[in-house]
Design a protein. Structure first.
Lengths: 149, 149
């Protein structure tokens, strides 16, 4: 299956998700880990579209999401940098682009190792908490802890 | 907002819906009316994408769907014939294409006025009942009535 950049943008406008997870991580100096990921979920009948997207982005893993749903998930930093460059060159048309721009900032900050300092992490979590699918109460709680230390 | 054909295909693979409604209609000789429609639903924050699609297809109406959701709905036969021609030239990549092909057959049959004869209507309802979002029990009931007469 051959995918064009515009098809990938249209499909991502419909089905893609830019997400930044924030988890406790005692091994990290700042105590928290930020995990940005790009994800597209499909019913198993369209798993071949996920594999075509994996080839298109030359990255990611196709795995079970939930019940009869599968996902392509891209988490590796160097791969996410490529995803970010792609969607900067080929703009999303929906309001998902607002989320994407925050996601892009976070991925670049992580690449610059900003997440390893408390100030950088605070900035990242603040930006992540403004995203559509953010767990806002959790982000607020972590920000409270980080700004107290 | 300028949309390319490939973007429209990708977005439709994600968000589009090809649907054929079947309703009782005492004024029609065969007693039933078939109503094919192409629909794309979005949250109200992306209503401008629906208007851009309306311009792209040069047809349809943007209307409230449910609560904070809006839809572009195309129902006019000559407009649906254009939609069908578009997606025949620019193939959907997901399994939605299977549904689309049935939808395309039905739209063409209606254009040939097949739905005005009982045999034609039976063929249309049989095809519609095999589609993804079909109300299969309703279709089976109507088919039973039509094949008894």
């Amino acid at each position: 299956m051959d995918l064009s950049p515009d098809w990938v943008v249209g499909f991502t406008d419909g089905e893609g998700c830019f997400y930044v997870g924030i988890n406790k991580h005692p091994e990290m100096k700042v105590g928290y880990q930020v995990l940005p990921e790009f994800r597209i979920v499909q019913h198993e009948k369209d798993i071949q579209v996920l594999y075509a997207l994996k080839i298109f982005f030359q990255s990611g893993v196709v795995r079970k999401n939930h019940e009869d749903r599968f996902e392509l998930r891209i988490r590796k930093l160097e791969c996410l940098l490529n995803v970010v460059t792609f969607f900067e060159r080929h703009s999303l048309k929906t309001k998902k682009n607002v989320d994407f721009k925050k996601f892009a900032r976070i991925v670049r900050w992580i690449n610059e190792q900003k997440h390893l300092t408390t100030d950088g992490l605070i900035e990242i979590i603040k930006t992540a908490s403004e995203m559509n699918r953010a767990d806002k109460p959790k982000a607020a709680m972590i920000l409270k802890i980080l700004t107290q230390t």
